[in-house]
Design a protein around this ligand. Structure first.
Ligand SMILES: NC(=O)c1ccc[n+]([C@@H]2O[C@H](COP(=O)([O-])OP(=O)(O)OC[C@H]3O[C@@H](n4cnc5c(N)ncnc54)[C@H](O)[C@@H]3O)[C@@H](O)[C@H]2O)c1
Length: 379
């Protein structure tokens, strides 16, 4: 029974006018009617924060000049007014500062990937989360795709056996030209090691591919040999990565990530092949081919596309991934982060998970029965 009589109160750091992902978080977090944005510091530029706050109809008294001011001021508000959690959607070098400030002030945190600027910050955050027992959710949003969940289920239930080979790719081409010299704010910080961190493409989208690999297979990567490339003159960070992976369970993998893969707007796929001779290829993360040796006999399509589509396009975001945001928060938090789950934590973790497993449409391409035959033979 729902004993709550109010919405969760959300604050935001980043996501001001002209920003990319903040608006997507705002829509996704409020889509199920469980949360509302009440406070924010949307930019380092105070006039941007004011304009953004006005456009979002926020109380001017809940707009702040810095995240430090916001954490302190919100903590000093009465319990029935202050935020319940904060969402951090700033460039990578500005994740740790706000996360630390809000955790120390007693607030739950939802942070976009990559977790931090470097390993030392990540380890420090992990300790803070252990100590405070607050929810810290990292939004690896692709983990919310229904077919990614489906693949994970098949691996974890033992249906597909041990992993032998995984091929995972995330390819884009938007940095094939020097966009950072043409005024793209998103390109500027992503190609600047002082803001992005040591990784370029590998930190920006490789983090999604890597996360998917372990999330789906349930195995851990134990060793990586990576060939990092930078083709454009003056670029300081990697644009293209080809890596070989070894899994703890003995499997092998290939991870390929690029932001200069000409002709590919944005695309991800994953093909984890398992011991039983069964393949599971996630294409575009929204349809899947499950096959037994060469006899393809099962195809699943997600119906996620039908849901939330107009909101997603409004936010300028891939609608199939959009719904995933809701899911990812609970999914990632449940799996990666500690929580002693008193009522508020529990609600935070649950409130985003209503659309947990969207219906799959199974299309038999050529149902030869081969899939079942081979499975029974190899077990
Ligand atoms: N999960 C995903 O699929 C996904 C997609 C895009 C971006 N991201 C991540 O989200 C983060 C933001 O990326 P983006 O593309 O939206 O960047 P962006 O440059 O479009 O927006 C960043 C915003 O943060 C604000 N900002 C910077 N420093 C600040 C500070 N100290 N206090 C308050 N506001 C501050 C900027 O003014 C801007 O409004 C990055 O870490 C990125 O990796 C994740």
């Amino acid at each position: 029974m729902n004993t709550w009589t109010r919405k969760l109160r959300m604050g935001m750091v980043g996501g001001g006018q002209g920003a990319f992902i903040g608006a997507v978080h705002r829509i996704a977090a409020t889509l199920d009617g469980q949360a509302e944005l009440v406070a924010g510091v949307f930019s380092r530029d105070w006039s941007n924060t004011q304009t953004t706050g006005t456009q979002l109809y926020l109380d001017p008294a809940r707009l702040y000049r810095s995240y430090e001011d916001m954490a302190a001021a919100e903590a000093s508000l009465p319990a029935d007014r202050r935020i319940d959690f904060v969402v951090i959607v700033t460039p990578n070098n500005a994740h740790y500062g706000p996360a630390k400030a809000f955790l120390n002030a007693g607030f739950h945190v939802v942070c976009d990937k990559p977790l931090s600027f470097d390993l030392a910050e990540a380890e420090s955050l992990a300790q803070m989360v252990e100590r405070t027992r607050l929810v810290f959710a990292l939004t690896h949003n692709y983990t919310g795709y229904p077919l990614v969940r489906h693949a994970r289920h098949l691996f974890r239930s033992g249906e597909l056996g041990t992993v032998r080979k995984v091929i995972v790719e995330y390819l884009q081409d938007w940095l094939v030209e020097p966009e950072e010299k043409r005024g793209s704010k998103q390109a500027m910080w992503r190609t600047n090691p002082a803001e992005s961190g040591a990784g370029g493409a590998i930190g920006d989208i490789g983090t999604h591919a890597f996360n998917l690999t372990e999330y789906v297979t349930g195995d851990r990567v134990s060793a990586i040999a990576a060939d990092k490339s930078t083709f454009l003159p003056d670029r300081m960070l990697d644009e293209d990565i080809n890596a070989l992976l070894r899994f703890r369970g003995g499997g092998k993998g290939v991870l390929t990530v690029s932001q200069i893969a000409t002709g590919i707007f944005t695309g991800g796929s994953m093909t984890p092949a398992a011991a039983y001779g069964l393949g599971y290829g996630i294409q575009g993360l929204n349809s899947v081919l499950q096959s037994a040796l060469n006899a393809t006999n099962q195809k699943f399509q997600t119906e996620a596309d039908q849901l939330g589509i107009q909101y997603a396009w409004k936010a300028g975001y891939d609608p199939r991934g959009f719904i995933a945001f809701l899911d990812s928060i609970s999914g990632t938090a449940n799996n990666n982060f500690v929580s002693n789950e008193p009522p508020l934590q529990k609600r935070l973790l649950n409130s985003f998970s209503e659309i947990q497993y969207l219906p799959l449409r199974k299309e038999s391409i050529e149902d030869t029965g081969e899939f079942d035959r081979i499975r029974s033979r190899v077990r």
